[in-house]
Ligand binder design. Structure first.
Ligand code: HSE
Length: 315
């Protein structure tokens, strides 16, 4: 038997929501798991890159053996029902750029888990899949929208369970993802974060997080402009993303720009704006990165409202 699952990319944090907020985007990885008939062949993992950015160097970030995150996720699922995965062929058709802050690792974890769950006859419900995916990824902000789509707020409980709520994203606001050609592994981007933060910075983010939700509910662009700020991770990661500070500074003066934030752990940048003047916004980003010799792809995308889907055999 063979199962394929299509999983969207995600952008996490969205400014003040470090490790607790994420949003699905219409770029996809497809994970296929096949039970092989030959005993003793073990688990084989192949990655097929379908986008230009996922070059050979990028693919090194997904180890092709049983230590990979996808194998870990599948193994945890099998273990949860007292089994061990044996002969499996896992293939990832990858369109999500790897190590760019767009949830490529969350997508393969989620795709692997859902495909394996189908193969096993669906022993795990959504809550169990969410908590296994979070255990492997380390935080719930990417895996949750990868599973359920849309913009999600997430909270982890002490017992490992994940509570989430889906929030409607106002159609009036546009998302532009700026993806530089270079990679930044999440573990490196997390290694520069402090273990503790000043109380006033924690308060700053809590204030903005509350305003973010109110701005969404009332579609209040002015309030959103105030809310799309962060003191918990972006200041520490600035040095890893050349040009971010300058891009943010220049966009601050553009009236229709609501915010310029790091996408997940970076290095991609997410710009949230009203729908006019997109060309101007893009030319500012390109100009700053051109000066630094950074090539980049800039895409304006809608929110993907649907999460991971199991494909029928002919899809
Ligand atoms: N919240 C995570 C981070 C997202 O910023 O490190 C990346 O996986």
């Amino acid at each position: 038997m063979k199962v394929s699952v299509k999983v969207p990319a995600t952008t996490a944090n969205l400014g003040p929501g470090f490790d607790c907020m994420g949003l699905a985007l219409p770029i996809y990885n497809t994970v296929t798991i096949e039970e092989t008939v030959l005993p003793g062949t073990g688990v084989e993992i192949n990655v097929i890159a379908e986008n230009q950015s996922a070059d050979e160097f990028s693919l090194e970030h997904i180890p092709m053996d049983e230590n990979s995150i996808i194998y870990k996720a599948v193994e945890l699922l099998y273990n949860s029902i007292g089994q061990t995965p044996s002969e499996l062929k896992i293939t990832i058709h990858s369109q999500i750029p790897i190590a760019r802050g767009l949830g490529s690792s969350a997508s393969v974890i989620v795709g692997g888990l859902i495909a394996a769950n189908e193969l096993l006859g669906k022993p795990a419900d959504e809550a169990a899949l969410l908590s296994i995916a979070t255990e492997v990824e380390g935080h719930p902000d990417n895996v949750t929208p990868a599973i359920v789509g849309g913009l999600t707020l997430t909270a982890g409980e002490d017992d490992g369970s994940i509570v989430y709520r889906k929030i409607d994203w106002p159609e009036e606001w546009t998302l532009t993802v700026c993806i530089p050609e270079y990679e930044l592994a999440t573990d490196i981007s997390r290694s520069v974060l402090p273990k503790e933060v000043p109380m006033q910075d924690a308060v700053f983010n809590a204030q903005r997080m509350g305003m973010f939700m109110q701005a969404i509910h009332t579609k209040d662009s002015k309030l959103m402009k105030l809310a799309l700020k962060d003191r918990l991770h972006q200041p520490y990661r600035m040095k890893l993303v050349p040009g971010l500070e300058k891009i943010a500074e220049r966009l601050k003066h553009e009236e229709n720009v609501l915010g310029c934030v790091l996408s997940g752990a970076g290095p991609s940048i997410l710009i949230i704006s009203e729908k006019n003047n997109l060309d101007k916004i893009k030319s500012i980003v390109k100009e700053v990165w051109n000066d630094l010799n950074v090539k980049a792809e800039l895409i304006t995308l809608p929110v993907e409202k649907q999460g991971a889907v199991v494909l029928t055999p002919d899809e």
